[in-house]
Design a protein. Structure first.
Length: 189
């Protein structure tokens, strides 16, 4: 069985294992490949985190010859939890009126929760983070699916469109960086 691990940074690691191999042994192999220590690894498959190190990959529901898993590095500051980070972010938002106005314009529900309900704010922040991670994972899955059959005409068309869209974004960034006067009104003295 071949497993493909994708990190948050887009790095991929392919590991050939036996389906009856335990998760802790897979994590040890990953440590050698990715240089991420076992105690800092968080592995997710189909949106759920694999947490039982003694269970085999088959018992954890990882099936298929080319399964794709998400490998994240657990970053934990000593003595700080996710709730404390959310609270620090909430206090920073409350202390900066400009930042709060921007948040209210783009995410009014989160802005209201920041002012009145700290627990709801932390929950919404966690949901937003999970949505971003699942969107990134879906994009990685789509790329892997398109690259799986390089001779499929429809896949090539989608790859071409993705490359074109990336070029458009790069041109826009370049224009904003080097010619910002084209995007606003310039008053000459």
């Amino acid at each position: 069985m071949e497993l493909t691990f994708v990190t948050d940074l887009g790095q991929t690691f392919v590991v050939e294992i036996d389906p009856n191999m335990e998760l802790e042994n897979v994590m040890a192999l990953l440590e050698a490949e990715s240089l991420i220590p076992v105690n800092e690894q968080a592995i997710s498959y189909e949106g759920r985190e694999l947490s039982n190190p003694k269970a085999t990959m088959q018992e954890l529901g990882v099936t298929g010859t080319n399964a794709m898993l998400l490998l994240r590095r657990k970053v934990a500051a000593p003595g700080r939890s996710m709730e404390q980070d959310a609270e620090m972010m909430r206090l920073q938002l409350l202390g900066d009126p400009n930042l709060m106005a921007q948040l209210r314009a783009s995410q009014p529900e989160i802005a209201d929760a920041a002012q009145s309900n700290p627990a709801r704010f932390a929950e919404l922040l966690k949901q937003t983070r999970e949505r971003h991670l699942s969107a990134e994972m879906a994009q990685q899955n789509e790329i892997a699916r398109l690259n799986a059959n390089p001779f499929d005409v429809e896949a090539q068309r989608k790859i071409e469109e993705a490359i074109r869209q990336q070029a458009v974004l790069e041109n826009m960034e370049h224009a904003l960086e080097y010619s910002p006067e084209f995007f606003g009104r310039v008053s000459m003295l």
